[in-house]
Design a protein around this ligand. Sequence first.
Ligand code: G3P
Ligand code: CA
Length: 275
Amino acid sequence: MTHARQQLTQVVAHRGASEDAPEHTLAAYRKAIEDGADALECDVRLTADGHLVCVHDRRVNRTSNGRGAVSALELSDLAALDFGSRKTREFWRTRDEEPDWVYRPEDREDTSVLTLERLLELVADAGRRVEMAIETKHPTRWAGQVEERLLVLLKRFGLDAPASAAESPIRVMSFSARSLHRVRAASPTLPTVYLLQFVSPRLRDGRLPAGVGIAGPSIRILRNHPGYIERLKRAGHQVHVWTVNEPEDVDLCIELGVDAIITNRPRAVLDRLGR
Ligand code: G3P
Ligand code: CA
């Protein structure tokens, strides 16, 4: 499957505007929408009681004040935690002092665990088109349940079966081709993004696994193998690059004509693009 080339390079907020607010929180996604991001990226995992929540790591230790694996906790356990109480090392490295919103009790809702359902509601209420790039995390462990729940939820919002891939405001991303194939089997028009950490020998010619339309290379691939991007495009794939935070990397993406830039700093990238 191929897609028509977009006019503009899309700016995708990675885990929300995650340099300005804690990743995967409503606060981060509200900020991304305010900043003008074209799309929001989120990672999804299943809780022990079958809810899809937006959490990157297998465990909640880094991003909340709790401990344990998401898959071993129920939604009510996660709801008792504060996902605004911890930050990544990168976050603190760039700041001299704690932003005042971190521990304000009135902001509690903004930093509680975010379900995918709540995020879809936020997007539905955005008042403009905001697309979503939803990444399935460790889908093999759940043998199809992550994708199954995802499609049920998308159906509730009328987003599971777009008329065409080009029209879909939703795309599903994964490092697992098997996960993307499950999604495509259930919903052939839903766009899928195959994430690439490095250029594997079997994909060197730029052709991705059958049925996957969009390539999601890391910025490291662009820096080290810029010619690979041309091969991906020649094979008919759109190119969505992650995670692009440095101005020189944004410039490289522009030079190579990528379709989407996934970044923790949507406003800064939009500025660089003159938007
Ligand atoms: O957008 C793709 C990117 O998020 C993949 O890496 O580890 O940040 O989920 P990760
Ligand atoms: Ca991700």
